[in-house]
Write a protein that binds this ligand. Sequence first.
Ligand SMILES: NC(=O)c1ccc[n+]([C@@H]2O[C@H](COP(=O)([O-])OP(=O)(O)OC[C@H]3O[C@@H](n4cnc5c(N)ncnc54)[C@H](OP(=O)(O)O)[C@@H]3O)[C@@H](O)[C@H]2O)c1
Length: 337
Amino acid sequence: MSAQVENSRVDYAKEDVRRVIITGANSGIGKAAAIRFAKEGFEVVMACRNMEKAASAHSDLKQAAPNGTAHIMTVDLSSFESICNFTNEYKKRFGTLDVLIHNAAYIEHGKKGYQVTTDGIERSFATNVFGPHLMTERLLDHLSQGRNPVVLHACSSSIKYFFDPKRTIDFDHITEENRNSKDYNVYKMYGDSKMGLYLLTRRMSSEYIGMGIRTNALMIPSTRVSIETLKKMSLYYQLVGFLLQNLNPFSRTPEMIADIYYNICTSDKWSMVNGAMFDYREKILGSPVGNRSQSPLQLIKELWNTTRLPPYAVEQEPMERLWSISSEVIDPWRQRP
Ligand SMILES: NC(=O)c1ccc[n+]([C@@H]2O[C@H](COP(=O)([O-])OP(=O)(O)OC[C@H]3O[C@@H](n4cnc5c(N)ncnc54)[C@H](OP(=O)(O)O)[C@@H]3O)[C@@H](O)[C@H]2O)c1
């Protein structure tokens, strides 16, 4: 599901510096990625909502990459107003943008009841889909001046359809009209929002390529979580998270995923790839085989086999529906001074 950029367009930035924004750079994969990009000579903007944690991550970065340049900026991805303030401030302080990594994400383990933002949107979709969409839209002019600019979306292996071949995005719960429905589930919404982010990847890849901006995604598998992240959970979920992710021999480390972020965004090998979903082996996932009616054996293989996208990732209707909802909710904020 990827397309190669047709003309070998390489737009060299007017500035010498290569610059990256990484959201949620105060812990886990985002922090590891900030360190990796800083070591490689990028000027890093760490877009974080908690300044105390960000300052501590920044000091770790300075230790790991003493010659690196990194700045902390504040943003809450679940608030459109905060995103506008962030992008305004970025434009005042910085110039062109080469890489934008939407790494931050909302998931609150064990949280019961409908989670809504001040903008009246379900919190997973607000933070993981519409917030990144708005931030990208407001930075398009700076991205389009970048050096072979690319946007990377942190998706998740939770988009697999597991044993439900009929899996679809739960569109009914995105806005708060159905907030009292019993079907709302924070884990389902998280997985759906990550699929939403991939559908956005596909749509943005055709929308922005005219400006020379590529958009790709990475399907992140189970990865060790930081102490900071475990601390955000109740004791029960700390234990479960630690057992399932940190003691799981198949879990990746944040540094492994950060390396993949770096390679996808900067290596010559991928410099023409647009609209792709990569896996943790740095391979592009292929189109699904067959349709939604798969045999039990195929469904079991699907659990382990990450070489192909699930069928609902490539359907046209959910992509257009998601794009239309996202465009509508961010519309009043696109041009907001
Ligand atoms: N770890 C895994 O097993 C796994 C698997 C699949 C996908 N992923 C994806 O990988 C990415 C990084 O996850 P991680 O494992 O590194 O977890 P993490 O350490 O918890 O990182 C998540 C980051 O997102 C930030 N964030 C959350 N809500 C935000 C908001 N409203 N505004 C701004 N920042 C916000 C958090 O900030 P605070 O510290 O302030 O909360 C934190 O810095 C996420 O997109 C996640 O969905 C992870």
